[in-house]
Design a protein around this ligand. Sequence first.
Ligand code: ADP
Length: 501
Amino acid sequence: MGLKILMAASECVPFAKEGGLADVVGVLPKHLARMGHDVRVVMPRYYRVGLEQYGLKLLPGVLTVPMGIIGNQYCGVYEGRLPGSDVPVYFLEHEGYYGRAGLYEVNNEGFLDNDNRFIFLSKAALELPKMIGFTPDLIHAHDWHTAAVPVLVNTAYAADPQVGEKPTVLTVHNMQYQGNFYEGAMDVLDVGWEHFTFLGLEKDGEMNLLKGGLYHATVLNTVSEGYAREMQTAEYGWGLDGVVRERAADLYGILNGVDYEDWNPETDPHIAACYSIDDLAGKKLCKRDLQRTFGLPERDDVPIIGLVSRLVKQKGIDVLAEAMPRIMALDVQFIMLGAGEPWSHFYFGDIRNAYPDKFGFHVGYNNPLAHQIEAGADFFLMPSAFEPCGLNQMYSLRYGTLPIVRATGGLDDSVDNFNEKTLDGTGFKFRDLNAGALFDTVGWAVHTWYQRKDAMAELISNAMTRRFTWEDAAEKYEKLYHRALRKRLGERAYTQRYGKQ
Ligand code: ADP
C-alpha cells in the first residue's frame, strides 16, 4: 500500500546542495515514488533557486506560520518537480529568511538568525499540508535544520488534524552540526519551557535542535550501519552520544546509493576514454591524460594515488599532511583536488613545489576533473576522521580505482579489505587515525601494485562489480517507514490499516 510521505529538508539536488543530505533528499523520493508512494518535499526557496530555471509556479494563498514571540510570519509557496519525475517540491518563499546568498553562512560565519530560519522551515513544513490538502502517513526530517519537526509534531502540533502525533523519521547525516542556539530561541519554537530540560532540548544551557529531534522522532537512522554504531560513542557523538545510546533500539543505518548514470566509466563524457571491466584499455589512456593535465611525467610504470575532497579536518587532511613527506619518498604520483582550510592550500602548495614530478594539486571545486581523477588514478585515498557515508569511495570502486580508506563509518561498510591469501577485497583499510598507519597502508597498496599484478587485477575486478544502488536504499527506507508506523500506531491499529507487511 502506497504511503503518503512528507519530506522536510534544507537541501535537495539539483536546487540547493552543500552535502550528501541534498543527494538523499533529491534522489530517494524519486525511487519511493516509483515504488508507489506519494512523496512531497518541502524546502526553502533560497535566492539561488531560479524560479524560471526550474519552472516554479506560485500557489494561490499564503502560509501563516506562528513563530512564538516573533508573532505570525507569512510566506508564499512555489511548486516545482524533482527533475525527471512527478515528485512535487514545495519551496517556501520568505524574503527575510531565505532571500540571500548562501544557505547557512557568509564568509564562514553562520547567519545569526539561523535559529529563526530553520524553526520557520520546520513549522512551515507542518502548516503546508493544510494548504495543499495533503494528509501524510508519516513525516521524514533530516539533520538539525528540520529536527524540530518531530518535536513540534509531538507538542505544539499534537492536536493538528493533519500532522498531529504522526510518526516521524529523523535521518542524521552528520552529528557534528546540531543547531545549538541561545536558550531564548525556545520562545520562538514555542513548545513550552518544560521541554528545555536535560532530557529534552537543553544542552549545556543552550537550545539544541538535534537533541530534541533525537528524543522525539519515532525512529532514527543515519547513512551507514558503521556510523550508526559510532555515533553512540564519545569519539563520534559530539556530546550527544548518550542521547543516541538511549535511542539505540530505534536507530538504523542505511547506506546511500550512487547515481550510476553520472558515475559510469562506460559512458562518462568527462573522461579521455571510456572503459569497462571487460576492456580496461581506456583506463590507461585516462591515466596518461591525467598525468598530462597535471604536468607529471607520462609513465605507465608508476601508480597514481588520487584524492578529491573538501580539505578539512573531517577528511583527515591534517594527518595526510604529516604523512606526505614519507609518501613522496616512494616511487608514486599523487594528485589532489580540493579546497578548504587555508593552511592546507599553502601546505600542499609547498609540497607541489618540492616534488613537481610527483605531486599535482588543483585548488578549487571542479566536477569534470573529479571524474578524470576517478578514471585515471590507480588508488583513491580517503583518510577521514569520520565519514557518515562518503561517496567518492563508491565512485572509485565503479572506476576500478582501489580505495585506500580509514575504516570508519560508510568507508568501513563499503570497502572490503584486501586479503593477501584469498585475493578477496576491494581496497586497503587502516583503523588508527595517525600518520604512521596512513603511510603503512599507502605503502602496502603501492607494494601490491608493484609486486602483485595478479592480485591487483583481482581487486580491480572485485571493485568494479560492487554496486550500491538507490533501489536497495529505497527499499530499506520503506521498511524503516513501516517500523515507524507500527511503533506509533501500535500493532493492532497498524495491521488494520496497512495489513501484514
Ligand atoms: P562530503 O559530502 O562530506 O563532502 P562525500 O564523499 O559524501 O563527502 O561527497 C563529496 C562529493 O563532493 C563527491 O561527489 C566529490 O566528488 C565531490 N567533491 C568534493 N570536493 C570536490 C572538488 N574539489 N571538486 C569536485 N568535486 C568535489
